[in-house]
Design a binder for this molecule. Sequence first.
Ligand code: X2X
Length: 339
Amino acid sequence: MSFSRRALLKASAATAVLGGIGAPFVARAQQAEFTYKYANNLPDAHPMNVRAKEMAAAIKTETNGRVDLQIFPNNQLGSDTDMLSQIRSGGVEFFTLSGLILATLVPAASINGIGFAFPDYDTVWKAMDGDLGGYIRKEITKANLVVMDKIWDNGFRETTSSSKPINGPDDFKGFKIRVPVSPLWTSMFKAFDAAPAPINFSEVYSALQTKIVEGQENPLAIISTAKLYEVQKYCSLTNHMWDGFWFLANRRAWEKLPEDVRTIVAKNINAAGVNERADVAKLNAGLRQELAGKGLTFNQPDVAPFREKLRSAGFYAEWKGKYGDEAWALLEKAVGKLS
Ligand code: X2X
């Protein structure tokens, strides 16, 4: 007889003896067997956290209360850098992290962020649910983390600024821009002769507010839900890279779950990820207008000169060398020739 079943029987016996005041015993017996923390860096209002709540509820129901997933949004448990060490040590059991930041541990995981590689979402999902994503997940697994099959959407990234719009690559010269903590991001903005400052997302709003940096880059869904429009004036639709969040699990915690429970948890996480992708797409469609209404001035630069600048700076050749031929071939199979 399993522990929980025995506990439940004991509790029912207690209820029978104690009558009405037995209720607390029953409540204790129904406590989850696995109380796991899921941490992330995004505001409550972002589709990631909306779908995560729904997912946690479904997991609880389908496991008959055995798994209680507690969500800690908005860097409540620390910056991405902190949470990455917590997922490795088991301080948190689940964590969503941009592949580009995960690349500090798994170098291949930043490859989808190569500048101007992806033309549209169709190409993104085909690659990330296909061979390129499969390759990255294999590399993540080698680093002893568990990764779910479906990557969640962050989005195509746009550039915001308090000082000026970005119309072409020359506007990046000397531009003080916050980038996430990731070698690829720093390298790309250095190739534009900008002055990139690696800062965790938990510090971005205040870094913009106090003008430690002039600008930053993020998808519209984040510019909106994290209220970055309050501390920025311009939004240039540079669409310079696509970024997504891998749903990671601590290996020991994952392996503690019985196989049938793992199946339920993975199924619900992947389904929530697919729904989140649709939410972000829908949100993005209306956000240009909404954010313009909140005071952001938009412009849509031609991307060809940016791409040409990266090429002539040797950016593609350098990163092809770093990722190696196998990974680069998978990327080019998805998006076409890059260098
Ligand atoms: O840090 C960022 O800018 C964010 C929220 O987009 C990521 O998680 C990469």
